[in-house]
Write a new protein. Structure first.
Length: 193
């Protein structure tokens, strides 16, 4: 095959991949991570979030075993929030001034001295020691299994994506998946390997 035909074939193949959506596109990352990594990621579920226990357990299992091969995440539920990576709390907009009445959840990032890394609702501005995931008890969407998976993704350092075939897509009603996807899995490997 001559060089010109090879170039045309390559261009056509790239165009087909782009048009069909079968192109590697890693979920966006914030660029900051847990200072302790995610190899032994402990999480605590406060009594206020006990109604979310099955969603949180499912989310943990899905991040550990995404179905796309190895990643560095290993998660363990613990009974105390001492030195954990993620703490889950259930709150309402009347008990948490940051929660909007229609917001399902949010993640905040904390330093070792229990000071916020960045304002609530913003991504981290540097590496962080632990996170708090707040689930809105007044919003029925907060009980959707995807919410805990999505917020754990933020805790690991993932941003929102415009790809609605990712667990990190910000709108539940337009999200077409219910589990961690390859793009999300690849972003974790990028951040922690």
């Amino acid at each position: 095959m001559n060089k010109k035909l090879k170039k045309v074939s390559l261009v056509v193949a790239v165009l087909v991949l782009c048009l069909t959506g079968n192109v590697f596109a890693m979920t966006p990352v914030c660029g900051y991570v847990f200072t302790r990594g995610v190899g032994n990621c402990c999480y605590y579920v406060d009594g206020s979030a006990s109604g979310y226990s099955s969603q949180i357990s499912s989310a943990s299992g899905n991040w550990v075993d995404t179905g796309y091969g190895w990643n560095p995440i290993y998660m363990t539920a613990v009974s105390s929030n001492y030195a954990t990576h993620m703490d889950f709390y259930g709150r309402t907009s009347s008990s948490d001034s940051y929660l909007d009445s229609d917001m399902a959840a949010y993640t905040s990032y904390w330093n070792t001295d229990s000071t916020l890394v960045s304002p609530r609702g913003d991504g981290p501005t540097h590496n962080y020691f632990y996170t708090e995931i707040i689930l809105n008890q007044n919003v029925s969407d907060s009980y959707d299994y995807r919410v805990a998976k999505h917020e754990m993704g933020h805790a690991f350092g993932l941003d929102h994506t415009s790809n609605n075939y990712s667990i990190m897509y910000p709108n539940l009603y337009q999200m077409y998946v219910s589990t961690v996807q390859r793009d999300d899995h690849d972003a974790i490997n990028y951040l922690y390997n």
